[in-house]
Design a protein around this ligand. Structure first.
Ligand code: SF4
Length: 412
């Protein structure tokens, strides 16, 4: 997979493959090695019985100088040290609301730390405890691939009536691409408003015929398709999938001309696992069960669900559910386990048959958190994520367009 490297820098790394990059594969230049298994400095052993005490000590020493953010999909051992928990957008906003914190320790994935860096002051350091904590979905759209795709659309004569829209779960470089090309960013809560706004820029969603406007939706094909079909009333035939690994995206000029939604061939490796068969099996096994899924799930899963919504909506739905009601939830397992434990009066199940954590979210574990906190307490800023000024400037254009959208402002 091509690495997305434009736009960010990181410090105190062991010879990254590309200076300043997210560690996509391997250690240093050795792409065949396993990534993320080493940290510069002394990464404590997972078996160290003092890990919790060490984290508590370092956290106390840092006091208000540090602010620790924990995404809902993080492990319990990490969430225990989070000052706030939330989805990617709310955490970025929380980080922005703490200008007095010297260090923002982001327990989440790389694109989230980038967003936090863009929304915090230049004197604040955003730290990702393990730089290999990327997001497989965000990694599926590299800026070089997206720029190549745009050239394909230009050659086909459709770029000038195409508006790019990217999901929050994308690199700062991709967000900047949307800013530069008249597009916007969206979350799973405001994808409908973002798509309506984008179509309005090119003649409206109702327009038909060979000159009708289009949206290039990045990087999650499922969120794009689900929103276009279920919220905007487009048909599945209006959607085509652009495969960055095939010449011309694997599409003919006629297909590009006819399409209304050009969906990037990306998906979430967690939400993409849930299947229609698993939904049907649960309905058969537990009569009356409610199916609650994230819109990053495949179309055939979403169309079988009772409730579809963002991580925050999933949490609210379970909190407000009737005692004794049964729910099967299609989202990351750490969150589903916590929801089940917090609501013993409700019957909460996980939709996948197999254990399925987000492997990159889980890169952040207690040893990495202890290492990051102790390093900061000792005055060493490690694993800092910095988005360069030019990228941040254009990414903010896309983010500001999103914030100006009517309706819900944002949730991942
Ligand atoms: S759950 Fe999916 S979208 Fe979220 S960080 Fe993991 S791979 Fe990315």
């Amino acid at each position: 997979m091509t690495s997305t490297t434009t736009g960010t820098t990181a410090t105190a790394l062991p010879t990254p493959a590309v200076p300043g990059s997210l560690l996509l594969l391997g250690r240093g230049r050795d792409l065949a090695s396993e990534r993320g298994v080493e940290c510069p400095g002394d990464l404590p052993a997972p078996s160290d019985p003092d890990l919790v005490a060490r984290a508590q000590r370092a956290r106390a020493e840092l006091g208000d100088r540090a602010f620790v953010l924990g995404h809902h999909y993080q492990r319990d051992e990490v969430i225990a040290f989070a000052d706030v928990t939330g989805d990617s957008f709310t955490l970025a906003r929380d980080a922005a609301a703490r200008p007095e914190a010297e260090y923002v320790v982001f327990c989440g994935v790389h694109f989230m730390a980038e967003s936090a860096d863009m929304l915090t002051g230049p004197e604040q350091a955003v730290v990702l405890p393990d730089l290999s904590a990327g997001c497989s979905m965000a990694d599926m759209a590299a800026i070089t691939q997206v720029e190549d795709a745009w050239r394909v659309l230009q050659d086909a004569g459709v770029a000038e009536r195409t508006v790019p829209v990217t999901y929050m779960n994308s690199s700062a470089a991709i967000k900047a691409f949307t800013g530069r090309h008249g597009g916007t960013v969206c979350t799973s809560s405001n994808a409908e408003q973002a798509l309506r706004w984008a179509f309005e820029q090119v003649g409206g969603v109702e327009a038909e015929g060979p000159t009708s406007g289009k949206v290039l939706f990045l990087p999650d094909q499922h969120l794009g398709r689900n929103t276009a079909v279920l919220a905007l009333g487009l048909s599945l035939d209006d959607c085509v999938v652009f495969d960055p690994w095939r010449p011309g995206g694997g599409l003919t000029r006629e297909q590009l001309e006819r399409a209304r939604m050009i969906l990037w061939r990306g998906h979430c490796s967690v939400h993409g696992r849930f299947s229609a068969e698993a939904v049907d099996a649960y309905r058969e096994r537990v009569p009356g069960i409610n199916v609650l899924v994230h819109p990053e799930c495949r179309h055939e899963v979403v169309t079988r669900a009772d409730v579809v919504g963002s991580t925050e909506l999933i949490i609210r739905t379970i909190e407000r559910a009737e005692p004794g009601s049964s729910w099967v939830v299609g989202t990351e397992l750490n969150l589903v386990k916590r929801l089940a434990a917090a609501h013993p009066d409700k019957d909460v199940h996980f939709l996948d048959r197999d254990v399925c954590y987000c492997s990159t979210m889980n890169r952040i574990d207690l040893p990495h958190l202890v290492w990051a906190l102790e390093s900061l307490a000792a005055g060493r800023v490690v694993n800092r994520v910095v988005v360069d000024e030019e990228t941040a400037r254009w990414a903010k254009v896309g983010l500001d367009r999103m914030l100006a959208l009517p309706g819900p402002t944002a949730r991942d």
